[in-house]
Ligand binder design. Structure first.
Ligand SMILES: Cc1cc2nc3c(=O)[nH]c(=O)nc-3n(C[C@H](O)[C@H](O)[C@H](O)COP(=O)(O)OP(=O)(O)OC[C@H]3O[C@@H](n4cnc5c(N)ncnc54)[C@H](O)[C@@H]3O)c2cc1C
Ligand code: SF4
Ligand code: SF4
Length: 580
């Protein structure tokens, strides 16, 4: 028999408003939802372990001060990194597999810029066993170590050979990429944590290395400040500059006249900064590099911007001789090269093409072929292969000495220098408390690429209970059906003609609307962002959310364990756990 409904009548579903509250229907279930955050691939790829989904969530809500404080827990330089970091986080962003990666780097910069007058709530913990630690060198590695050691309650004295703090960020990177005003703000925030600063003090000259012995622990971060030589005839001519010296003098405000045509040798960040600065000083610039564009060690953005600004590139050539001509120009003889096999560092080896040469003439040459570490003031026992030798915890062979940044064997970037500063601060804290390292590092790791969480360290250190590191979320675990396709938002740039007229910052950042849209594109992989899906879809109405205080509760007495919340969570934060 077919049942027919008379639809002309109002259709009524009987609901009891009282019974479910009284009857604990939750006891019927055999599984319960659990909210467990996971680590996102962007966080894992950021050497500093920035809590990216969380800061982007705050930014998407317009809560920029919270976003800044989230960043500062893991990295004291959001304003610097938001400008000059090579942003490996973006390469691994899950959104990149869906359409285009989130502009994490631009967002980091925006958060810093928009909160520059805010005094963040970042304070040292009270530490009854506070010790005296010396930090040598005030680049990103030394300043980060000092910052994190202060947060851990230790007393820090920072020794810097130069008159101003900042290392390469101060004397190397030009104003058009990293304005000094931004760097000053970041350094001021760090030093205000009561760090004792001794500028103009070169350890090994103004004070002896042995004098460091009066400290309970020492961190060495002298960087790699020695310009390497080409080892060719004519290298010492007046028209031949060292890249580091040129940038140093220019960044110190000296007026430099280079001439009409300049050749820059090298493919590093230094080479790109030299080339782009020379363009701004009115020269036509040719960069000569012995491998191809693909092997250039400079940050991709910089190579691209140099090309856009009009730097010319000659690949697969290497200088062999420089002559001074009667008209005061120079002639550079280059050997043509080709790539074959791999060298010790697994990069394609450049080998000469026999008998094949090229000659270029110019008004000057700037060599930027790499930097070495000045180890002359450091005991020989602490070094190996022209670097300071450290273990995985960044300890040297001297019991109370640690080292990091460009002076050790690690990639030479600002964010890796910051990461080494954080790791060293934790190692020093563990050493001073007589604890072992590796056990703790495995508990505070962010993913599997070496990043550490200072927040996790502080939680474990102060509370005594170390939580297990978060699992990584994979792309298939994101329910992309909930997201619309949208374009990645790039920073606006100064027009080429205006950019080349001076040293004004080239990248102009995001507008407030762009920042809002940019942060809202984030999937928030593995981190609850209060999208309310679970709240709306829960048939029992047992979920309560408070985005302001970042809390979520499930009334387990009335949750039947149907699993709807887990199914509708776009970001794999809610998982169903079987009840025993
Ligand atoms: C021109 C240039 C551009 C770059 N651009 C980028 C970029 O865009 N993005 C990026 O990620 N990386 C970039 N890098 C790399 C990055 O700057 C370095 O990896 C980073 O600065 C290393 O930090 P650090 O703290 O180890 O050393 P440094 O920044 O070199 O700082 C070392 C400090 O120690 C001081 N010092 C040395 N010896 C002594 C001593 N005996 N006593 C007291 N003080 C001492 C020095 O004066 C210096 O201030 C660039 C590098 C160069 C050279
Ligand atoms: S510091 Fe660099 S890698 Fe880390 S989030 Fe910022 S841009 Fe990405
Ligand atoms: S979508 Fe957001 S959380 Fe996910 S990887 Fe990209 S930036 Fe990180």
């Amino acid at each position: 028999m077919e049942i027919k409904f008379d639809l002309s009548y109002e259709f009524v579903i009987p609901i009891s408003y009282g019974s479910s509250e009284v009857i604990e229907t939750g006891k019927w279930g055999f599984q319960k939802p659990e909210t467990a955050f996971m680590a996102a691939p962007c966080q894992e790829a950021c050497p500093a372990g920035n809590t990216i989904p969380q800061f982007l969530y705050w930014a998407s809500e317009g809560r920029y001060e919270e976003a800044l404080e989230t960043l500062l827990k893991e990295n004291p330089f959001p304003g610097v990194c938001g400008r000059v970091c090579f942003h490996p986080c973006e390469n691994d962003c899950h959104r990149g597999q869906y359409d285009e990666a989130i502009s994490i780097n631009a967002m980091e910069r925006y958060v810093f810029d928009v909160t520059s007058d805010h005094h963040p709530d970042i304070h040292p913990i009270s530490n009854a066993d506070s010790n005296q630690v010396a930090v040598v060198g005030s680049g990103p590695a030394g300043l980060s170590t000092a910052y994190f050691l202060r947060l851990l309650g230790h007393r820090v004295t920072l020794f810097e050979a130069r008159k101003e703090l900042g290392g390469v960020m101060r004397w190397g990177i030009p104003e058009y990429r990293l304005p000094k005003s931004i760097l000053k703000k970041e350094i001021k925030r760090i030093v205000q944590l009561s760090i004792g600063v001794k500028t103009g003090v070169r350890v090994g000259k103004d004070i002896s290395f042995e004098e460091l012995d009066r400290f309970d622990a020492v961190f060495l971060s002298p960087g790699a400040g020695l310009s390497l030589s080409l080892g060719i005839e004519g290298e010492d001519l007046k028209k031949v500059w060292r890249g580091g010296d040129f940038l140093d003098r220019m960044n110190s405000g000296e007026k430099i006249r280079l001439g009409k045509e300049i050749i820059v040798i090298g493919g590093s960040n230094t080479a790109m900064d030299v080339a782009r600065s020379a363009l701004r000083l009115g020269s036509m610039v040719t960069v000569a590099y012995r491998r191809t564009r693909a092997e250039m060690p400079a940050i991709q953005d910089e190579i691209h911007e140099a090309e856009e600004e009009g730097v010319r590139f000659e690949f697969l050539i290497q200088p062999v001789k420089i002559n001074l001509l009667k008209n005061k120009r120079i002639r550079v003889k280059f050997q043509r090269m080709r790539l074959r096999g791999l060298d010790k560092s697994n990069r394609p080896k450049a080998i000469p093409v026999k008998g094949d040469y090229l000659t270029l003439e110019a008004d000057g040459l700037i060599k930027a072929v790499g930097e070495g570490v000045d180890l002359s003031w450091i005991p020989e026992t602490l070094s190996q292969n022209s670097l300071i030798d450290v273990s995985s915890s960044l300890a040297t062979s001297h019991p109370k000495m640690f080292a990091g940044g460009d002076a050790i064997d690690q990639p030479r970037t600002i964010v890796t220098a910051i990461a080494s500063g954080k790791k060293a601060a934790i190692s020093i804290d563990l050493y001073l408390r007589g604890c072992t390292y590796d056990d703790i590092f495995s508990k505070i790791r962010v993913g599997n690429k070496g990043a550490l969480s200072m927040e996790a360290y502080l939680q474990g250190r102060n509370g005594g209970n170390w939580s297990e590191p978060k699992d990584m979320i994979s792309y298939p675990q994101i329910n992309t059906l909930y997201f619309e396709h949208s374009k990645r938002i790039e920073m606006r740039k100064l027009e080429r003609n205006k950019a080349l007229k001076g040293f004004s910052e080239v990248n102009l950042g995001l507008t407030s609307d762009e920042a809002k849209s940019s942060s809202s594109r984030c999937f928030s992989c593995g981190t609850c962002n209060y999208c309310y899906n679970c709240y709306f879809f829960c048939p029992e109405g047992v979920i309560s959310l408070d985005p302001f205080h970042q809390t979520k509760t499930v009334d387990l007495n009335h949750c039947k364990g149907c699993g709807t919340c887990a199914k509708v969570c776009p970001r794999y934060v809610v998982l169903m756990k079987e009840l025993s």
